[in-house]
Ligand binder design. Sequence first.
Ligand code: ASP
Length: 603
Amino acid sequence: MTIYSDKVLKRTHNCGELRLADVGSAVRLCGWVRSYRDHGGVVFVDLRDREGITQVVFGVPDDDSEAAQQQYKLARALRHEWVISIGGEVGPRGEERNNPKLATGEIEVLCNELVLLNRSDAVPFEPDEYHTTSEENRLKYRYLDLRRPEMTKALRLRHQICRVMRNTLDEHDFVEVETPFLTRSTPEGARDFLVPSRMQFDSFYALPQSPQLFKQILMVGGLDRYYQVVRCFRDEDLRADRQPEFTQLDVELSFCSEQDVMDITNQVLRNICELCDKPFPADVPVIDYDESMRRFGTDRPDLRFGMELVDISDLASQTEFGVFNGALGSGGVVQCVVIPGGAVMTRKETDGLANWSKEFGAKGLANTKVAAGKTLETGVAKFLTPIAEELIERTGANEGDLICFGADTKKIVQRVLGELRSKMARERDLVPPGEFKWVWVVDFPLVEYNEDMKRLDVLHHPFTSPNMDDWETKQDTPTEMKSRAYDIVCNGMEMGGGSIRIHQPELQRKVFDLLDIGKEEAEEKFGFLLNALRYGAPPHGGIALGLDRVVMTMIGAHSIRDVIAFPKTQRGSCPLTNAPAAVDEQQLTDLDLKILTPPAEKQ
Ligand code: ASP
């Protein structure tokens, strides 16, 4: 292996730095050959490093020395992604050769020394041409993809955002504490990733879905204010904004109210937005869960556009429309959403929407168009004659709009119209560009009824404190009880959530009872928490912010995979390392494990 001299390795500048003012200086740059052009003897190379691109020129040597000829030959042999060190002098490009698209576009470096540090095989794709290859390929050759300026920018911003998080919390006396990865299950509503224990071969660790229990125990331990930028693991089916492992800013405080947690979170977010030159409101609006569901059909409301849900159950009952009356007759509701300008949609498109709505449990999506003179036309217009005027008045619909109706249980109607609202805003360009709308959603229900399992499920996690007034008065109607949980939402995406916790063991046991977690199960799974709560647990609460989502929002990335250095695919695999992978027999034997289904049958 070659040992290079300091002269070769010590860069005087990076590839994004040189300007006209540097003309005449002797410089040393190192980087990757982004592109090369041989112009009849003169070779031009775009040299790239993480800071930018500089044009390097290799002229035809004017002396016959062996060394000069060798250097020139080497310059002509350079190929994509070879790694080189060059010494040379900065020269002006001259007006007609300036490249206004490059920060260094007014200069070039006239090379007088070229050192080849490494070759590259022919690349499967050039970093700048990443869109010509599949995402799988980009992940397989992630090191090439990472050479793209957008990727480097995303990772550097991510780093800066983490620093702002840490600095803000440091200023408020928070202490970063690491909690274990090899631990027991912490329920956050997903499946656990399990790690078999070799030393206790019939036992498993679970990778934490969050450090929830540890951070609460830190509060019992008197730590007072904790945070951690921490990896969490959830084994669930992946969607575009999910990864099986992701990073949270996890926070917990003692002796605090909801407002205290929200205030410190706002401060962290405000500082992040300032770093990223994005607006953050002096007062973040707060809406309660019921209002959010009623107006937007979701607990992650996107406030950048209107199109709110309008309840028209009372009007619907005055029609002869079977779909409306059927829904109302079985205790359901009729609601609608107005899609501005939606009347241009074709029959095929509106039929498409009706089909799409079935994904969310709806039976269909009736619609009608608002025509001239504020009359209704097409779709279910003929059933709406008796209520047309009032419908238009209540919804504020205008000529050229499309009104879509949901008629079903309240839950299904809110879900489908909420989804419709976001889909239409996205697809029909109704989201004003560059807007950031933050909102806190509070007063979540404590539990909801799980029809399939015939049991009560928590909305947050089982350590969330109920609203104590509700707890005292609504024991017979638990689904009406609110909890002390809160979520922070930006542009329709949940950025984080948390709650005030239960800090008394008796109440924690009663909440476990409500969730049908029996005494023995509670003792076995969470005995250590219940124990800790018995030894002087202070009132406490906290929150976790999703780092990947925050970075994604700040950058305007479409996929979470664009802000993570080594993400997994939708199937949870890593094309770079080929994880997850089979292990050898001996490893299985050591763990006393056996694969029961041969891999071929699992496909
Ligand atoms: N542990 C919760 C989560 O990971 C956040 C919290 O309640 O602080 O979502």
